[in-house]
Design a protein around this ligand. Structure first.
Ligand code: BES
Ligand code: MN
Ligand code: ZN
Length: 497
């Protein structure tokens, strides 16, 4: 099993009636009318769109579909895809509409599909074309890895219609497609089950891809992790038959004396909870507890693929959290690589134990600005649901910079506080801190725990427990890993000086 190949993308322009494709997808909004491209389709089809409107079947509701075979034009079939209210269109919805379009096309066995989308002038053309390419590539990647895919059909080519085929438009398309390919790689890592994608296998897959992209990598095995003094990370892995790995990727595209952005990821390939074992219901979802690590490496791969002018590291801790005769116990005390002692209260609060040591490593390797990504707490899911990931860190200006990048990238990130008071909840009798602060403010006590490992380096923690995967199929993606925050990290890095 390996990551699916993306379709060929190209830009087209000109009259819609001349487009030669199996399927032409055009947006149609909820605010009535036949503006823009839907109007043009109406003209070249002798009023087919107007007839549908008059017949009352065309609602324009977001993701609604209306299919028809046009009379005299070249394309075989047309899909009018509802785009909802114009003021709700943004890069995220455009991306999702593109993804939905290619999924519908594939379901109808079209092989060559053309997306002729228009958008309000409030959306930047470059960002929109990037979003369409992204959606076309991420939309076709599925999580049903062990099913027969022959019945699904194959999209060979996606053309994106643009008023003018310019260099800028072509670059935007290429950018969206490259980022999307790396997102799909990370989603694939996470979608693979934990009997396949355990720590050393993740390290192998990541280092192979790094070789392909010409990125410097190194992998620490168990002995090296021990020599590095990462007692916190090791405490999580000690109950597992699978050895841990720490993977470091290094991309240097920026100035020698510039900043080095470090993406730090939680890579728990399976989280049973350990001795503080989780209930059986929903435990299978814990194969996704490595989505933070997947996002960190995907983002770094994307930067390399784009040739971004930045220096960046990805540092990820890969472990499996299992209960066994060798597992850590509640009450144990362990020492992290930065010298701090930790009393284990709950072995299910393992992600922070992993991040503690890899955050410290990222600093030691020269990371001057840190962003960690982790499926860290159920509490963030309670607070924000599945719509947004939580962001916390210091200084606040750095948090704000990351949130601003998420907005440009069409992802949702919401600021959470890290008041010093939260540390009171993790004070320990026996050690420098406890690994759990109880139920109240669970996402924030986790955040304040991580803060003990970043010193004064600017740092933001992204808790993606609610956004990293979806339990529901939607028009734009199958249930499974979402690649949450990769676009944000790439956008953040691309805006770095
Ligand atoms: N991996 C989980 C967090 C999680 C929960 C992610 C649900 C996605 C969906 C994490 O390791 C965990 O178990 N956190 C505990 C912490 C608690 C024991 C302090 C939690 O959130 O319950
Ligand atoms: Mn856990
Ligand atoms: Zn976990």
């Amino acid at each position: 099993m390996s990551v699916q190949a993306p379709p060929n993308l190209r830009l087209v322009s000109g009259a819609l009636g001349d487009i030669d494709s199996d399927l032409l997808v055009v947006l149609h909004g909820q605010d009535g009318g036949m503006n823009g491209l839907a109007g043009e389709v109406d003209k070249v089809t002798d009023g087919a769109v107007k007839a549908l409107i008059d017949g009352g079947s065309l609602t324009g509701r977001a993701f609604s579909t209306e299919w028809f075979y046009p009379a005299p034009i070249k394309t075989k079939r047309i899909l009018l895809l509802g785009s909802g209210k114009a003021d709700e269109l943004n890069v995220r919805t455009l991306r999702r509409l593109a993804a939905a379009a290619v999924r519908h096309a594939r379901a109808k066995k079209a092989q060559r599909v053309c997306l002729a989308f228009d958008w309000p002038s409030s959306i930047d053309n470059t960002a929109a074309i990037q979003a369409l390419a992204d959606g076309a590539v991420t939309g076709l990647a599925d999580s049903d890895l062990y099913k027969d895919h022959e019945k699904k059909g194959t999209i060979l080519e996606v053309s994106i219609w643009s008023e003018n085929v310019t260099d800028t438009a072509a670059k935007a398309m290429e950018r969206g497609s490259r980022i999307a390919q790396e997102i799909n790689f990370g989603r694939w890592l996470a979608d693979e089950p934990s009997n396949i994608m355990y720590p050393s296998r993740v390290a192998d897959e990541v280092s192979h891809r790094a070789d392909k992209l010409g990125i410097k990598w190194s992998v620490l095995g168990e002995d090296e992790i021990r020599v590095a003094g990462m007692g916190s990370l090791l405490s999580v892995t000690q109950g597992s038959a699978r050895a841990p790995r720490v993977v470091v990727l290094e991309y240097r595209g920026g100035a020698d004396d510039g900043e080095t952005l470090a993406f730090v990821g939680k890579g728990v390939t399976f989280d049973t909870g350990g001795i503080s074992i989780k209930p059986a219901a929903d435990m299978h979802y814990m194969k996704y507890d490595m989505c933070g690590a997947a996002a960190a490496v995907s983002a770094l791969f994307a930067l390399a693929s784009l040739g971004a002018r930045v220096n960046a590291l990805a540092v990820v801790g890969l472990v499996e959290n299992m209960p066994s005769g060798t597992a850590m116990r509640p009450g144990d005390v362990v020492r992290a690589a930065n010298g701090k002692s930790i009393e284990i209260i709950n072995t299910d609060a393992e992600g922070r134990l992993v991040l503690a040591d890899v955050l410290d490593l990222a600093r030691k390797l020269g990371g001057s600005k840190l962003v960690d990504i982790a499926t860290l707490t159920g509490a963030i899911k309670v607070a924000l649901g599945t719509a947004a990931a939580g962001a916390m860190g210091s200084p606040q200006a750095w948090v704000d910079t990351v949130i601003a990048a998420s907005e440009r990238a069409g992802e949702k990130l919401w600021p959470m506080p890290l008041y010093p008071e939260y540390f009171d909840q993790i004070k320990s009798n026996i050690a420098d801190m406890m690994n759990s602060g109880g139920r109240y403010g669970g996402a924030l006590t986790a955040g304040i725990f991580l803060k003990q490992f970043v010193g004064d380096t600017p740092w933001v923690h992204l808790d993606v427990a609610g956004t990293a995967w979806t339990e529901k199929d939607s028009a734009w993606q199958m249930k499974g890993a979402t690649g949450s925050m990769v676009r944000t990290l790439v956008e953040l890095a691309s805006a770095q000086k």
